[in-house]
Design a protein around this ligand. Structure first.
Ligand code: ATP
Ligand code: MG
Length: 464
């Protein structure tokens, strides 16, 4: 075991008072308490941890007794969320997760452990963790570090190295392979050669993971500053075919875009040219995938991809369903992909109003961002994108008009429609309102009580 004071680099003044309170309270009650995992790694790197994990030999029941306000995070795995009392709380930290030292037993099919056993030591607890950089324990109250796997020196070297035999560890839980890639992207670290080789060999085990776990890791990768690099690493390790099978073939497809010899390169460059919003970037990743199935050569010898945006949207829909993306995000992504080519002089305010009505202002902003990213990834000059500029102007104008985009924004409601038309409550009232909205989207000046009542009468007469 390796213990030393690392006060200079692991600076306890950077630990929020609420976290310090939890550590001290456990220690005062006679228990061991260490900060572990990502927060130690992040403090050592000088960055701000986004969550705080404490490891202790106190059992979950004892933790619950010590702190008046707790919530269950994963009782079965020994994790209790502690909400520090008002006095010790600071804004940056909501709850602190306190986990009992444990050993993981009985991994099944490369998924999470089926059973855990408490009563382990801190060293045993560190040994079950995924990477050396995440397997350092730090007692900030005493300035003591437990670092049996030399995690601190790996952090300094920027290395992602599995704790123990990488092959065994990836067979226990295949998600660790995706975490390695996500961390490499998030931290700009390199995957250690032995760990790399083991991932190449075990990559196929990603198939055993639930879609939700794959999705969450992919989304986290996509929101990093080096998402493109991470996607290339996924590809090189042979993981991509299991977590993004829809992209199979894109690496072999030549694409005459400057700087992007293959379709995969173009997709990845488009991802990188988007701001770090994982939903927008997922749309970017699929936006041209339909080129795989729509490629054709004209009699003049020109390569075209007629209708590729529709084909891409179908693939994106399949991918989102496979990844169990929530419905709202799925619609957003599929519509972005489907619409990424509708640009041209014919797009005017009416079209923009319809888009805002159908998908919301934010979606149209995302469409513009995707357009700009695609342009840059196709070798275009970012400062020279007149269509995106025009669309942005139109959108600003349309939003500033404050016109109606939904039935609720109309100057009259169902009651007024019924009074004006004599219609009884029922689906016809809704239909009249919907048609009124259509008219207002064409001509916002119609959104006025008197004019809408007149129009409602006309529409109701037509419906009869
Ligand atoms: P971040 O929160 O920035 O994603 P993190 O390292 O804190 O990074 P968490 O998912 O919050 O990651 O997990 C906390 C700790 O739990 C990790 O640092 C690691 O020690 C351990 N851990 C998490 N997932 C696994 C896993 N699949 N296998 C082994 N250990 C894991
Ligand atoms: Mg964490």
């Amino acid at each position: 075991m390796f213990r030393s004071a690392m006060r200079r680099l692991l600076d306890s003044s950077r630990v929020p008072s609420s976290v310090m309170y939890v550590v001290r309270r456990l220690q005062e009650a006679g228990y061991a308490a260490f900060l572990v995992g990502g927060c130690v790694r992040d403090i050592y790197l000088g960055s701000l941890p986004h969550d705080w994990d404490v490891a202790t030999d106190a059992r979950p029941e004892a933790v619950r007794r010590l702190f008046p306000r707790t919530h269950d995070v994963g009782a079965r795995f020994g994790t209790v969320g502690v909400i520090p009392p008002e006095a010790a709380r600071d804004e940056a930290v909501g709850s602190v997760e306190v986990t009992t030292f444990r050993k993981d037993l009985g991994y099944q099919d490369g998924r999470r452990p089926t059973q855990v056993s408490f009563g382990a030591s801190i060293e045993e607890d560190l040994a079950r963790r995924d990477f050396t950089m995440n397997a350092v324990a730090w007692n900030p109250a005493a300035g003591a570090v437990v670092d049996p796997f030399h995690g601190l020196s790996d952090i300094e070297a920027g290395l992602i190295r599995a704790v123990g035999d990488p092959t065994v560890r990836f067979r226990e839980d295949a998600l660790r392979m995706l975490r390695a890639v996500r961390f490499s992207s998030q931290l700009g670290f390199t995957i250690d050669p032995d760990t790399w080789t083991a991932i190449e060999r075990e990559a196929h085990r990603v198939q055993q993971l639930s879609s939700e776990r794959i999705r969450d890791e992919l989304l986290r990768l996509l929101e990093t500053d080096r998402a493109g690099e991470g996607l290339w690493v996924l590809h090189e390790l042979g993981l991509m075919r299991y977590c993004l099978p829809e992209l199979q073939g894109t690496f072999r497809m030549a694409q005459g875009k400057p700087g992007a010899p293959t379709l995969l390169a173009h997709l990845i460059q488009t991802v990188d040219a988007c701001p770090p919003d994982p939903v927008l970037r997922l749309a970017a990743l699929f936006h041209d995938v339909g080129k795989l199935t729509t490629r054709a050569v004209t009699p003049e010898g020109r390569v075209i991809f007629h209708g590729h945006e529709k084909a891409s949207a179908e693939v994106a829909l399949r991918a989102c369903r496979r990844l169990r993306m929530p419905k709202r995000e799925t619609c957003r992504i599929v519509e972005l992909v489907r619409m990424h080519m509708v640009f041209g002089e014919e797009v005017g305010k009416k079209a923009v109003r319809r888009w805002v009505a159908a998908n919301g202002e934010d979606w149209v902003r995302d469409l513009i961002l995707l357009r700009r990213a695609d342009h840059v990834a196709s070798g275009g000059d970012p400062g020279d994108n007149p269509f995106a500029d025009r669309l942005e102007r139109l959108l600003d104008e349309v939003v500033a008009e404050g016109s109606a985009f939904t039935v609720r924004d109309l100057a009259i409601g169902g009651r007024e429609v019924m009074a004006a038309t004599g219609l009884a409550p029922g689906p016809k009232v809704g239909e009249v309102l919907q048609r009124l909205l259509e008219r207002v989207l064409e001509a916002p000046e119609l959104n006025e009580e008197k004019r809408l009542i007149e129009l409602a009468r006309e529409i109701a007469a037509e419906l009869d």
